[in-house]
Write a protein that binds this ligand. Structure first.
Ligand SMILES: [Zn+2]
Ligand SMILES: [Zn+2]
Length: 257
């Protein structure tokens, strides 16, 4: 297999994994806890993987919590209902995200409570010089290893990998797929066997049970990220919150479970 295709696949899977593991399940939902030391290890790991599309866990978490609280309504900052196509949805989400990141919009305390934040690190990782440096590295890699002209068409996906994957899942999962549960929103499970999004496809399950760390429910569904989290729990790197533990951080979601 051509080197750039291997690179693309590795970047794709590590990016969607860090997205679901660090931004979504750890920061936004607090499905598990970890020491500050491990949190910082995963901050750096997430940055190395996300590269030019690195996000602030705090801004992502706040925006995502509001997506659950106001799903598909006018106040939802991450609904595809207000955008005409996937590209404009990605740009709309980007604008909302930066408004939250720069504190240009008021976010209620309940949506930011208990979110991880590492300002000193974000100063380096979350700026345009660093993002362009990453883009330069991806381009240099392709210049050295690409063997066909069309391979360069993959470069824009590397540049905006995190935004692309996030927008892809939330756009399509709020439009097509299957519903295992009735919810007040339009969420669907995108793929019965999630080979591409490491568990993020099970969006209807997740909207129905936002406090559940395992996003797979039916017998044929498989959430690989959940099993990685279980493994990290078993070796003591993190601790999954037990069902019976009070979860005040989840007060903002509609706890249908
Ligand atoms: Zn969520
Ligand atoms: Zn959603």
């Amino acid at each position: 297999m051509p080197v750039v295709i291997i690179f693309f696949l590795v970047h794709w899977y590590l990016a969607i994994f860090t997205h679901t593991f660090f931004y979504h399940r750890y920061a936004a939902h607090r499905h598990f806890r970890m020491s500050q030391g491990w949190e910082r290890v995963f901050y750096v790991f997430t940055w190395l993987v996300q590269g030019s599309s690195y996000l602030s866990a705090r801004a992502y978490g706040a925006m995502h919590r509001m997506h659950h609280a106001y799903a598909d309504t006018d106040k939802d900052p991450h609904t595809p209902m207000k955008s005409s196509n996937p590209m404009s949805f990605m740009l709309d989400t980007r604008n909302t995200y930066f408004a939250i990141y720069k504190n240009d919009v008021m976010v209620e305390d309940k949506y930011t409570r208990d979110l991880p934040e590492w300002k000193a690190f974000d100063k380096i990782a979350h700026n345009w010089i660093t993002r362009f440096a990453w883009m330069g590295l991806y381009t240099a890699f392709y210049v050295v290893f690409a063997t066909q002209w069309w391979m360069f068409l993959l470069l824009p996906v590397h540049f905006s990998m995190g935004a692309f994957q996030g927008a892809f899942v939330n756009w399509w999962a709020h439009k097509i797929g299957y519903k295992s549960f009735e919810t007040k929103d339009t969420s669907h499970n995108l793929l019965p066997v999630d080979l591409f999004f490491t568990g993020e496809s099970y969006h209807n399950n997740h909207h129905k049970f936002p406090g559940r760390v395992n996003y797979a429910i039916k017998w044929f569904e498989f959430d690989v990220s959940y099993w990685i989290i279980r493994g990290l729990d078993a070796v003591g790197i993190l601790e999954i919150r037990k069902k019976k533990t009070p979860q005040p951080v989840n007060a903002w979601v509609d706890q249908a479970a």
